[in-house]
Design a protein around this ligand. Structure first.
Ligand SMILES: [Zn+2]
Ligand SMILES: [Zn+2]
Length: 163
């Protein structure tokens, strides 16, 4: 392998450069949410509620005749929730809002579990970036999406719809 470029500078192979950093960085991005924001930039990490050892994400929900707030886990694939107020109904969709400013969370695509289900998107940066976000279905009990990157979810949905 060539170790020097035309100017005689050292070329560091990508494999060597990344070896020490990537495993931990990937875990932080893919498996555990440390920051989460509403579309207006409110931080929705709730430091009063811990689920499975981590601060959860506080979300307000509303559907015809019912509303309340819950905390969802910051761990990918963990669907444990703390209901702060109101109640959720299995198989029923809720619109999801920021608990601080009340703005509705944006939706990325439809979920195929029920006719009106949506995949809601929550950014991990103060300014919404679809490549740095989590997404999940807004129907209680549907485990579609979970905490994966948006691009992955779009790909999964496309595969599903081809069947
Ligand atoms: Zn907000
Ligand atoms: Zn769904």
């Amino acid at each position: 392998m060539k170790r020097f470029n035309k100017n005689g500078r050292w070329i560091m192979p990508i494999g060597e450069r990344k070896k020490n950093k990537t495993i931990k960085d990937e875990e932080k991005i893919r498996y555990v949410i440390k920051e989460a924001y509403c579309p207006n930039g409110c931080n929705i990490i709730d430091k009063d509620h811990i689920i499975n050892g981590l601060f959860g994400l506080r979300i307000k929900f509303r559907r015809p005749g019912a509303e309340g707030e819950f905390i969802i886990s910051a761990i990918e694939g963990d669907f444990d929730k703390i209901i702060l107020s109101g109640n959720l109904e299995e198989g029923v969709k809720d619109e999801l809002y920021c608990p601080h400013c009340g703005v509705i969370f944006e939706k990325l695509v439809k979920c195929n579990c029920t006719a009106d289900a949506d995949m809601v998107i929550i950014g991990l940066t103060p300014e919404l970036d679809f490549n740095n976000a989590i997404t999940f279905c807004n129907v209680t009990g549907c485990h579609n999406g979970s905490f994966v990157s948006s691009g992955d979810v779009i790909r999964h949905i496309r595969l599903d719809s081809q069947v």
